[in-house]
Write a protein that binds this ligand. Structure first.
Ligand code: CO
Length: 299
């Protein structure tokens, strides 16, 4: 990897880390999701990075994929278990990092420790040509040792310039079919989840997070207005996910347009990912760059 690119990954990582920690400090009983998301996003852009995806704030049994709407009025309550997932980029070089905060109580301290320890094990083992199934197994053993299950159908993922999910999966359980081998210079987001529930997620309601399906740019859309709106969204957000809050600032009649474009297949509307038995879920995530003898954590 060019030193120049390496430095961009490091800067994206530094800004994501600061924004993640700042955001964690804002989460308190009575504070709104919208305030936290907007303050974190401003912190990132003020620091000179761009947003790789909307700030995700996922509560309790929701493992991942929720971002507040522009008119969201939901607030944090004492006892909430909150996953805060933050993504930044510099010229498309992405940092993706997450942590879990419990609001005002300490009932889930051990489940938070379980994912911290699981992530530490993965980072310790990560190096060129590591067997990812064995790495996943080690993460599982670690999380099990705290009395919890890893979520078996959520994985970490490789990152490439302007691409958030670049093909390689990093499991938190044994995965014998996973033949991917990390190479020097690969960039990976590693993100174990732990739960006292089923240990796998099912899809729920919409997340308010969307992605343009750019392969369908040439699809025939009869409604010219809808077509124009799609072009605007593609131009603005390109290959990266965006929030309903963001498109609401640039297109008119936002809800209807997003619904129509999703129906036409031009937008993907990510669903919330929810533990199948509605157990509480915790998450920890770091981005790493594979080096000759291990990996460097950027976040
Ligand atoms: Co993330």
């Amino acid at each position: 990897m060019d030193e120049d690119v390496f430095e961009k990954y490091r800067l994206a990582g530094k800004i994501a880390t600061e924004a993640r920690n700042y955001g964690a400090g804002l989460i308190n009983s009575g504070v709104s999701f919208l305030e936290v998301a907007e303050k974190i996003e401003s912190k990132i852009t003020d620091a000179g990075a761009k947003l790789a995806f909307p700030v995700n704030i996922s509560l309790n049994e929701i493992a991942a994929h929720f971002s507040p709407r522009h008119d969201e009025d939901i607030v944090f309550k004492k006892g909430d278990v909150v996953k805060l997932d933050v993504g930044t980029h510099i010229d498309g070089y992405i940092a993706d990092t997450a942590l879990t905060v419990e609001v005002g109580t300490h009932k889930y301290d051990n489940m938070i420790k379980a994912v911290d320890a699981g992530l530490d094990v993965a980072i310790e083992m990560m190096k060129p040509d590591v067997n990812l199934s064995k790495l996943g197994q080690a993460v599982q053993v670690e999380i099990n040792s705290y009395g919890f299950k890893p979520v078996d159908n959520l994985t970490g993922h490789s990152l490439k310039q302007y691409v958030l999910h670049a093909g390689m999966n990093i499991p938190s359980v044994p995965d014998f079919l996973n033949k991917s081998k990390p190479k020097v210079g690969d960039v990976l987001a590693i993100e174990p989840f732990a739960t006292d529930g089923a240990g796998h997620v099912v899809i729920g309601a919409g997340s308010n997070i969307y992605l343009c399906n750019r392969n369908l740019r040439s699809k025939i859309v009869r409604d010219n207005r809808v077509k124009t709106m799609f072009s605007k969204l593609v131009k603005e957000f390109r290959t990266l996910p965006f929030a309903e809050r963001w498109s609401n600032n640039i297109i008119e009649n936002n809800d209807n347009v997003l619904r129509r474009l999703t129906f036409l297949g031009l937008l993907k509307h990510y669903p919330q990912l929810i533990d199948a038995k509605k157990g509480i879920v915790t998450q920890k995530e770091h981005t790493v760059i594979i080096t000759e003898d291990g990996c460097e954590v950027t976040t």
